[in-house]
Design a protein around this ligand. Structure first.
Ligand code: WT7
Length: 646
């Protein structure tokens, strides 16, 4: 295969924050002298009390310690707000574009500052104190950003729950962090459809009597019931308090937020991020990887419920004083040129999205893009899953007019900010590769025998040392944190991904190695979906695997065994889909459900997903080593049924 390589555009060669020489020099320094390097980087923030220690990290099997800037103090709210409001209060912080075209709002730094201060005062009045958790279940509206910054302002820890999650998923996430306050809205609106957020919240809270207060944002104006003594309108509460609230400086290692993500076992993990290291890493990487310049308009399409938005829609950009576009809707409504219309309208300079969206928009052809003037674009970004070269080339040529570098950023909810990515002024691009490590990041590929692979080769993607944005623990379960990330390869952080390193030292992510699938850039644990299916009274057992999907990257394939005497039917398929949507949310909807009288298992009863994954991918012959299957006729029967359908 001939390989496309795209050199650094000439206009960036000398003008970028980091050019090729600077990358090599700074990367070396960041590894040889991490203390000195991060000490310098930390100047991107204002510290209320300067730190004297930079790095206190160990990945030894007996002792995993992760601490950065530990004796420093700062306020994330101050850094993302006050310092910009003071310098240029009348300039734009947020350009909000509602779901309905034409419904827009421009919010200045001063306005955001005053709203955040009021909300912080409301939270205080409700008894929220430093270290308390506050759950946020909101659409992509500016109040979700206000909620995060208001929590940070008083040292409270926010837990944003994606508004596409069901009431049961919300309940689980509130219960886990035991927040006594929830901020939600009457409804959300996406793609012309209404999402009953308050109704979901009410259902979630039925069994959670410890939740004392619910603030309700009026988004659509739908008449929703307020529960006496518990609920109140957001705007009314804000109107009653002053718009001055001093930001509380907290310790760098005090928590900023928790964000839940799926793992290979059933229960979502609450990844706990702290303040100083996270914000330094978010702010410094945002500036470097998007070559951000004051005045640039940044549009990250992620929903506020995901880490992408936490770091590169909100904290990273706002710490840099960037103007952000906040878009409530979807790229395909009212038509498939919506994003491009927004880029033109707001003269967007930096555009950051996920491969799945690129693939689906690419199917619409070039027309919807070419209708719009996208000449303001300078840098394009990609995140969430490997971007296939066809999508990369289309994104580069049609969206970026062949002139904008594509920054393919590899990271995770756990990593807080980027670990692998090209810096646009420093590195040639290879479509499909997340290029090279960010400063201070030490990737390692580990073989199955536990030794590191040097030079060209493949292995489990690990990291040999900590970085500032790293999650410190799983809320309430530090053992699981150590077990999940530090037990497979003692002395290393294990990502769960496989990767290949090429001759130029570029990394290519090859996909998850655990029972996690990546559906449209969203991580789902197969076990979670299985548990939802198994909760249906007709289901005896279910096994869920990922399979290649042209748009989503991976789709969800469910093999389901029904209880004795239950008939297979289309109606039952619909019921199972509904059960998953109710327990988790629409993103977990199975793409295919296949009935099977039994599931292939080994002699100790473990489901052999490896075989099911091959079958789901349409490979009916190569089942690898089947000697472990207790009953080979089970595999033959599944294959027979699947073949009968084609
Ligand atoms: C998993 C993390 C990082 C924010 C969005 C997802 C996959 C992420 C890339 C990329 C290849 C990628 C990995 C990773 N992933 N970015 N640029 N190239 N794969 O965060 O939900 O925590 O998922 O997404 O498999 O482990 P997440």
């Amino acid at each position: 295969m001939t390989q496309n390589v795209f050199p650094v555009p000439s206009i960036l060669q000398s003008a970028a924050h980091v050019d090729a020489q600077a990358y090599e020099r700074l990367y070396r320094q960041s590894i040889d002298d991490p203390e000195g390097f991060w000490h310098e980087q930390a100047k991107i923030l204002d510290w209320a009390k300067p730190f004297t220690q930079v790095k206190n990290t160990r990945y030894s099997p007996e002792d995993v310690t992760i601490g950065w800037f530990a004796d420093g103090q700062l306020s994330a709210s101050y850094n993302c707000l006050d310092r910009h409001a003071a310098a240029r209060g009348n300039e734009t912080a947020i350009l909000w574009e509602g779901d309905t075209p034409g419904e827009t709002k421009r919010i200045t730094w001063s306005e955001l500052h005053s709203e955040v201060s009021r909300l912080a005062n409301v939270l205080k009045k409700l008894g929220v104190k430093k270290g308390d958790f506050v759950s946020v279940y909101l659409p992509v509206i500016h109040q979700s950003i206000a909620a995060m910054l208001a929590c940070a302002r008083i040292g409270a820890i926010h837990s944003v729950v994606f508004s596409g999650f069901s009431s049961e998923a919300l309940a689980g996430r509130i219960e886990d962090c035991r927040s006594r306050v929830l901020i939600t809205a009457d409804e959300g609106k996406r793609g012309g459809k209404f999402v009953p957020l308050k109704k979901n919240a009410d259902a979630a809270l039925e069994k959670l009597s410890f939740v004392e207060h619910v603030l309700v944002v009026r988004r659509t104006g739908r008449d929703v019931p307020l529960k006496e003594g518990r609920d109140c309108w957001y705007d009314e509460a804000l109107a009653e308090v002053p718009d001055v609230c001093d930001p509380l400086a907290v310790g760098a290692e005090d928590p900023l937020f928790v964000l839940y993500t799926s793992g290979s076992t059933g229960k979502p993990k609450g990844m706990l991020h702290t303040t100083g290291g996270y914000l330094v890493h978010a702010a410094a990487s945002f500036k470097a990887m998007f070559d951000y310049r004051p005045g640039d308009v940044h549009f990250c399409t992620a929903d506020v419920g995901w880490v992408t938005a936490h770091t590169y829609l909100i904290y990273g950009p706002l710490a840099n004083g960037a103007t952000i576009v906040l878009f409530e809707g979807v790229p395909t409504w009212p038509d498939t040129s919506r994003w491009w219309q927004i880029v033109e309208q707001y003269k967007v300079n930096i555009f950051y999205t996920a491969p799945t969206a690129i693939r689906s928009l690419m199917r619409e052809g070039d027309g919807p893009v070419r209708k719009h003037d996208l000449s303001s674009l300078k840098i394009l970004g990609s995140v969430g899953e490997p971007i296939n070269p066809e999508a990369w080339l289309w994104y580069h040529e049609v969206v970026g007019g062949g002139r904008c570098p594509i920054v393919d950023t590899y990271w995770q909810t756990e990593t807080g900010a980027v670990l692998l990515c090209p810096l646009p002024g420093a590195m040639a691009l290879k479509p499909g590769s997340a290029a090279r490590p960010f400063f201070g990041v030490r990737p390692a590929l580990l073989g199955s025998d536990g030794t590191t692979v040097e030079g060209e080769g493949s292995g489990s993607l690990c990291f040999a040392d900590s970085w500032p944005g790293q999650a410190r623990t799983i809320l309430g379960d530090h053992e699981r944190f150590l077990e999940t990330y530090f037990s497979a390869y003692p002395g290393f952080y294990f990502t769960g991904d496989g990767a290949r390193r090429d001759a130029d030292g570029y990394y290519w992510i090859t996909g998850r190695l655990d029972d996690v699938i990546n559906v449209s850039g969203h991580r789902l644990g197969t076990v979670e979906v299985e548990a939802a299916l198994a909760s249906h009274p007709s289901v005896a057992e279910a096994a869920v695997v990922g399979f290649p999907h042209v748009i989503k990257g991976q789709g969800i394939f469910a093999f389901v065994t029904l209880k004795e005497g239950v008939a297979e039917s289309a109606e039952l398929q619909r019921e199972l889909i509904q059960v998953v949507r109710t327990r988790i949310g629409p993103i977990a909807t199975p793409d295919r459900i296949e009935w099977t009288p039994q599931l292939p298992k080994n002699r100790s009863g473990k489901i052999l997903r490896r075989i099911l994954t091959r079958i789901a991918a349409g490979d009916f012959e190569n089942h690898g080593d089947t000697t472990t299957v207790a009953d080979p006729t089970v595999v033959a029967e599944i294959v027979r049924r699947m073949q009968a359908q084609v």
